[in-house]
Design a protein around this ligand. Structure first.
Ligand SMILES: C[S@@+](CC[C@H](N)C(=O)[O-])C[C@H]1O[C@@H](n2cnc3c(N)ncnc32)[C@H](O)[C@@H]1O
Length: 282
């Protein structure tokens, strides 16, 4: 008979086998690759999804996902975390204004990639900042996310009116130069951002873990995304971001992520250490 310890080890092992099979099945059937996401938060979210689906094992979740694309969509929406806000971490936008903008000014045309843009709040914030710095007319901002659902919302540029008070405060702390309310029209419960801000935005679904680079950029922003990846997956994504930046291009990772200890660290200089704003130097 197995000892208590052996029984516990077997159960853990079984759970890991089931999880690996679930992620393998999803990657092979749908092309979404979560196999190297950070384990702890991934496990928590899968358990929550099983509860919602009223299923008791990952194997039964896999069966449902493979045979029911609607279940896959629910899985995707619940697995990924879309929390975002306008001018999130205002210090980051101050750093972009003071450190990155003077460099961006030197280009006749500026291509920017916001990777993992969620529902677009970060993209509209960047567009506003560039407008205020007189650069927006010569910019194209490509905004991508794994989730089709959030990309559709991002394209609309409509955000809850009740968030505007917090966003106005963020905007001011970020060094906003105008009147934040002039960028949107209030309609019932919505703040509808002006169409002129959308003119130079291109939204598209793109996976940082499965898709290749699609252009060369003067600035890439990828904030609050890599925290969900394992170290080896982060390094693969750094390779993709590095290959997408032109020489002397700017990489904005935000406070929670860092190039430190990655093989790419040596190719960058820090423009603003606290906000993890880097410039590619070779
Ligand atoms: C927490 S949000 C961050 C949004 C925004 N960058 C910010 O800082 O506010 C993380 C986003 O990364 C996206 N994401 C997760 N895995 C991804 C992947 N493999 N490729 C592209 N986007 C991914 C999620 O769908 C989610 O919208």
């Amino acid at each position: 008979m197995p000892s208590m310890n052996e029984t516990y080890a077997n159960a853990n092992n079984l759970e890991q086998i089931e999880r690996d099979l679930l992620l393998e099945g999803i990657a092979r059937h749908y092309g979404y690759d979560f196999r190297e996401y950070a384990t702890a938060s991934l496990n928590r979210r899968i358990c929550a999804i099983m509860e919602k689906e009223k299923l008791s094992s990952m194997t039964s979740l896999l069966e449902r996902i493979l045979h029911d694309p609607a279940c896959m969509e629910r899985f995707l929406e619940n697995l990924t975390i879309h929390v975002t806000s306008m001018f999130r971490d205002p210090g980051f936008y101050r750093a972009v204004r003071t450190k990155a903008v003077p460099m961006l000014r030197t280009y006749p045309f500026i291509r920017i990639w916001v990777a993992g843009c969620s529902s677009g709040e970060e993209v509209y914030s960047t567009a506003i900042l560039l407008r205020e710095e007189g650069l927006y007319d010569r910019c194209r901002i490509y905004a991508t996310d794994l989730s089709d659902e959030v990309i559709k919302r991002a394209q609309e540029g409509i955000f809850p009116l009740k968030s505007m008070r917090d966003y106005t405060r963020n905007y001011q702390q970020a060094g906003g130069k105008g009147d934040f309310s002039s960028y949107y029209t209030a309609d019932h419960e919505n703040a509808i951002f002006e169409n002129a801000l959308k003119e130079n935005l291109t939204f598209s679904q793109h996976s940082l873990t499965a898709d290749a680079s699609f252009n060369e950029f003067n600035m890439v922003l990828c904030r609050n995304v890599l925290i969900y990846f394992s170290k080896s997956l982060q390094d693969r994504v750094f390779e993709l971001l590095h290959g997408s930046l032109c020489s002397f291009g700017i990489l904005g990772l935000g406070k929670k992520e860092s190039l430190h200890f990655s093989p790419y660290e040596r190719f960058y200089e820090e423009l603003e250490p606290e906000q993890r704003l880097f410039r590619r130097v070779s």
